[in-house]
Design a binder for this molecule. Structure first.
Ligand SMILES: [Zn+2]
Length: 201
């Protein structure tokens, strides 16, 4: 398996770390997924397509040199693999497996057009639906915007949520931090009780 270092030459396109779910593009299903490097041939770090630069260990799909379409809406989260396909053009997989930079550069040149075609699939209804489901799933496991704690999914009323300062309303909060905002509102105008928690925001 080529290491990141062996591929990270000036002559080669950049590598992007991508999440591969146990079942392709379905991270909410159980099973062991893998994070692997993708040699980006088109697009950006957040939405792009390229060549799989690792040989998967346990995934039931994908192999080194495959074309990968990936995307995320969150700049701080790894993109998720949405489509994995075998390239139509022959590649020197053995040399690529051995981390031969020349073989990777040749494969990159040959696969660029296929990757551009693949990137266009991002606008398809199927990919947009997959992205929406993945982002919804990720929202559930995002940590609290204040303390970083990861609560189980919970909900509150719109009225109570309106007590949260505007800058946090589009974010995820844990129950404890949320309780601080609601307690603060309840104590408004009265002496705050001994032991009540305050937060420095
Ligand atoms: Zn919190």
């Amino acid at each position: 398996m080529p290491s990141k270092k062996s591929l990270n030459r000036k002559t080669l396109p950049p590598l992007v770390k991508v999440s591969f779910a146990a079942r392709l593009a379905r991270p909410w299903l159980s099973g062991i997924g893998e994070s692997m490097w993708v040699l980006k041939l088109t697009g950006t770090k957040m939405r792009g397509a390229g060549l799989l630069a690792n040989q998967p260990c346990q995934l039931p799909y994908g192999r080194l040199g495959d074309l990968v379409l990936y995307a995320t809406d969150q700049p701080h989260e790894k993109p998720e693999a949405l489509v994995v396909e075998q390239p139509n053009l022959e590649q020197d997989l053995k040399a690529m497996f051995n981390g031969n930079a020349k073989a990777w550069a040749a494969a990159a040149t040959r696969s660029r057009d296929e990757c551009k075609t693949l990137l266009n699939q991002l606008n398809s209804a199927k990919c947009r639906r997959a992205m929406a489901r993945i982002e919804k799933f990720r929202q559930r496991i995002l940590g609290c915007a204040i303390c970083g704690a990861r609560d189980r999914w919970w909900m509150t009323t719109d009225e109570k949520w309106a007590l949260v300062p505007k800058r946090f309303r589009q974010k995820v909060l844990c129950r404890r931090c949320f309780a601080v905002f609601t307690a603060r509102e309840n104590n408004y105008g009265s002496k705050s009780k001994e032991g009540s928690r305050t937060m420095d925001l």
